[in-house]
Design a protein around this ligand. Structure first.
Ligand code: ACO
Length: 373
């Protein structure tokens, strides 16, 4: 029996043409395009098309694809009823997981996973998250608008007001940067479920569960908590020293694959500088600088750098999203990658079923119940 690779680090379990994470050189590529290039020259809708079709859309393709996404924004009433039935104190990720499951149960898709099915999920996620946010605030969910972009419509659904171009662009850039990322934990979860020939909704519900954890997509609100607790640049050194002395993991730093700066962090830092209040951005950069110095001094062998979540928190805070919608907003983006991976998995499927190394006892004898101690 070969030895266990804890956390499957470095184990290659799938071919993919969707994205490549180059951890040594700090590069992330979607279907051949560098993410910084896409962030500057494409929209989220274009990136979704790229993941599904393997090329960037021309004008006609984009218009059809955007119209299709926009036309699926209104949810089956069963989904809204399900959201209404949940306590208003529920965590938004729990609500999204439950609503996505309800959407699947109510959907008419029965055959193999398809782009149409994926489109329904991608289009429905912002409506579900915003509906819950309004319901918990005692407001009625509002009808999605087909004339707004994916990012613009999401912001509109939350506030009821048409967002500025700057806010929409900032959120759109965030959605582009987090759409796909190789075989991260939630995408792997989706591919495992798809490999059993279960349905696409089940794969996506599983992926939502995996994304929720703080070692994956659950970190950005915790980054904000950390920054709020630190409060001022002057407090940063003492706070970080104390945290590291107590073995606390600094949220927004370290990555399984990147052994240099996460390329998404670079783009998001520049975006945060434009979208955050000056004082907040100064605090974030001071905390980042000190955290990097301390992590490098204390754990040089681990090569810990800023990951996507650190400045995601600043950007989402800058576009006025409530803290507990940061991870659901990550899901609004990543559902594009999840569904593209499900479709890719099914093109050349084999059940994903790894082995385990048994460490329990052998040859025990089951005594009748009344003879057991
Ligand atoms: N702060 C302090 N120490 C850290 C951090 C951190 N952020 N990240 C890793 N380390 C240390 C660990 O304590 C460990 O030290 P040790 O060997 O002395 O015990 C060492 O670095 C290796 O850590 P692992 O957990 O083995 O690294 P792994 O590759 O499994 O974890 C992870 C990567 C989970 C992202 C980790 O760096 C982490 O916990 N970061 C903080 C949470 C975070 O930012 N999550 C978002 C990740 S990005 C995303 O998923 C979208």
């Amino acid at each position: 029996m070969s030895s266990v690779v804890k956390g499957l680090e470095g184990v290659v379990v799938a071919d993919t043409a969707l994205s490549e994470v180059d951890g040594e050189n700090g590069r992330l590529v979607y279907v051949g395009y560098d993410i910084a290039d896409l962030a500057n020259h494409a929209t989220f809708e274009e990136v979704v098309f790229l993941l599904f079709h393997g090329h960037l859309p021309n004008r006609r393709e984009l218009s059809e694809h955007s119209a299709s996404l926009a036309s699926h924004r209104t949810l089956d009433p069963v989904v809204i009823d399900t959201i209404r039935a949940l306590p208003v104190t529920s965590e938004p990720m729990d609500v999204l997981r439950t609503a996505a499951s309800a959407l699947g149960a109510a959907s008419h898709f029965t055959g193999p996973a398809s782009i149409d099915h994926a489109t329904t999920l991608i289009a429905g996620f912002p409506t579900m998250v915003a509906a819950y946010d309004r319901i918990r605030r005692g407001l009625e969910p509002i009808e999605p608008r087909e004339d707004l972009s994916h990012a613009g419509n999401y912001l509109y659904l939350l506030s009821g007001e048409e967002p500025s171009e700057q806010r929409t662009k900032a959120l759109d850039t965030y959605l582009i940067l987090t759409a796909d990322h190789g075989l991260n934990a939630s995408t792997f979860a989706a591919r495992v479920i798809a490999s059993t020939l279960s349905d696409m909704d089940s794969a996506i519900v599983g992926a939502i569960g995996a994304l929720k954890g703080p070692l994956h997509g659950g970190a950005p609100a915790l980054v904000l908590d950390m920054l709020k607790e630190i409060g001022t640049p002057e407090n940063a050194e003492a706070w970080l020293t104390n945290a590291l002395d107590h073995g606390v993991r600094l949220m927004g730093f370290g990555h399984r694959v990147y052994k240099t700066e996460d390329p998404r962090a670079k783009v998001l830092r520049a975006l945060a500088e434009r979208t955050s209040e000056i004082g907040f951005f100064k605090l974030a950069t001071r905390v980042e600088d000190l955290a990097l110095q301390m992590l490098h001094a204390r754990k040089p062998q681990n090569r810990l750098y800023t990951n996507v979540e650190f400045y995601s928190a600043a950007v989402m805070h800058g576009v006025n999203l409530p803290d507990d919608l940061f991870t659901p907003t990550f899901a609004i983006s990543r559902v594009s990658g999840w569904t593209a991976h499900v479709l890719e998995q099914l093109k050349d499927n084999r059940l994903i079923r790894p082995a385990s190394h048994y460490t329990g006892p052998w040859d025990l004898k089951a005594l009748p119940l009344d003879q057991r101690q």
